[in-house]
Design a protein around this ligand. Structure first.
Ligand SMILES: [Zn+2]
Length: 427
């Protein structure tokens, strides 16, 4: 055997588990495996999880913060106009370089699969070419899935539909959309129909920016669920953001939730971005703006938390750490029960893996040997501490390591030095 990780805790609560790795796959998962390995790692009871997955990102804009100038107001609208200023100045080399740099950050944080939207409203499709190149380069260590995103509106921008089709022909994986940004509600609904029919004909998945608005009457999610059901796209469609659901009438939502569940449409909330960009026209009280995550989960909908932005025209923060994303999601949705906190961990691991349709994801024998050893006792502690990634493995190879967070104390009057650790398992 190539590798054995001894004495791990798994996200489902099993403890004292050994994980054997051979030929890039997980060979065995059981307590005290009686086998020899070329390399053994003692997890010391720490959590081993499958890698983090980001279901919603914009890698064409990432790490461009401050170009050509910073977003002085920090608002969505200034972000959009900033991106418009930056677009004509983009070069393929710079796009590739920034995206590659972000992928390095991601790997160090155990984030090994990213679905990124790519703007197709630039007729040169520079960003599409750049991110397809990045996808090829990072493939040995990171799964990238691209979404053709008509940022300026499918019907509002004259060349968007043609460009989107070109992008798909070039190798972009998923059909995107932005119905709430079209000129009218009717155009928004029409864009959903056109895009879902195109996806059905091509056998593709769909992931739309949908109802990223505080307008409670922005109801394109209803049309997205309807078209998904009508065209038999169950399990292949995701609605990203869905922030208008936060402000919707409760009676209407009681009808909408079962419709979303019936259609198998997944939901992707972006807590860091939603809590900063939504509710900006409110005085007080200010709405949080994030979609109804626990209610969607209770209705049986697959829900993921996405990072959305890292240091770009819309958001000057972020570091590629999906535990930071889960931490914010937990707070914004008030998901503080034991079960809900664990659900927040699933929202940055197994749920987005399901949305992306990742093959061989998980910690069962036969799955890819992709995993993260965290300096934490369980998923809840991992979120609380945004725990160090002691080790990140991809296809049986160690691709990143981080030291545990330890402060050395050597105080006058204390017997010797003490290793202080941030964690307390209450044992
Ligand atoms: Zn987005």
């Amino acid at each position: 055997m190539e590798f054995v990780i001894r004495n791990a805790t798994l996200p489902d609560g099993r403890t004292g588990i050994d994980i054997a790795v051979q030929d890039g796959r997980i060979a065995a998962v059981a307590p005290r495996l009686a086998l020899a390995a070329a390399r053994e790692i003692d997890a010391e009871g720490d959590l081993v999880a499958p890698p983090f997955v980001d279901a919603h990102f914009h890698m064409d804009a990432t790490l461009s913060y401050g170009l050509p100038r910073v977003n002085a107001s920090g608002t969505l609208l200034e972000g959009i106009s900033l991106w418009g200023e930056l677009k004509p100045q983009l070069t393929q080399e710079a796009l590739v370089e920034r995206a590659m740099r972000y992928c390095d950050w991601a790997v160090a944080r155990g984030l090994l699969a990213i679905r990124t939207h790519v703007d197709v409203c630039d007729d040169r499709l520079l960003a599409v070419e750049a991110l397809l190149e990045v996808k090829r380069r990072v493939a040995p260590y990171l799964d990238m899935q691209l979404v053709a995103f008509p940022q300026d509106g499918l019907l509002r921008s004259p060349t968007a539909l043609a460009n989107l089709k070109r992008a798909i022909a070039m190798g972009v994986d998923v059909v995107g959309g932005i119905p709430h940004f079209e000129r009218t509600m009717a155009d928004g609904a029409e864009s959903v129909r056109v895009l879902c029919e195109f996806a059905a004909a091509q056998g593709l998945m769909v992931d739309m920016h949908c109802d990223e608005s505080d307008d409670p009457l922005s109801r394109h999610i209803e049309t997205l669920a309807f078209e998904t059901h009508r065209l038999g796209l169950h399990g292949r469609v995701a609605g990203s953001h869905l922030t208008s659901m936060h402000s919707m009438d409760n009676y209407y939502v009681s009808k909408l939730l079962p419709l979303i569940a019936e259609s198998g449409v997944a939901a992707i909330a972006n807590p860091l971005i939603n809590i900063t960009l939504q509710g900006r026209h409110d005085t007080y009280p200010k709405r949080r703006g994030m979609t109804r995550v626990p209610e969607l989960m209770a209705a049986g909908v697959t829900v993921a938390f996405g990072h959305d932005c890292v240091m770009d025209p819309w958001y000057g923060m972020g570091s590629g750490d999906m535990l930071e994303v889960a931490h914010m999601g937990l707070h914004v949705a008030q998901m503080t029960s034991q079960q809900a906190m664990r659900a927040c961990f699933a929202a940055v691991t197994e749920n987005p893996a399901k949305i992306l349709g990742l093959e061989g994801y998980g910690l069962e024998p036969g799955c890819h040997a992709d995993l993260v050893l965290l300096d934490a006792a369980d998923p809840v502690e991992a979120i609380r501490l945004r725990a160090a990634r002691r080790l990140v493995m991809r296809r049986g190879r160690i691709v990143a390591e981080s030291p545990r967070a330890v402060a050395r104390l050597d105080l006058p009057g204390r017997p010797g030095s003490v290793a202080f650790r941030q964690r307390d398992r209450g044992q």
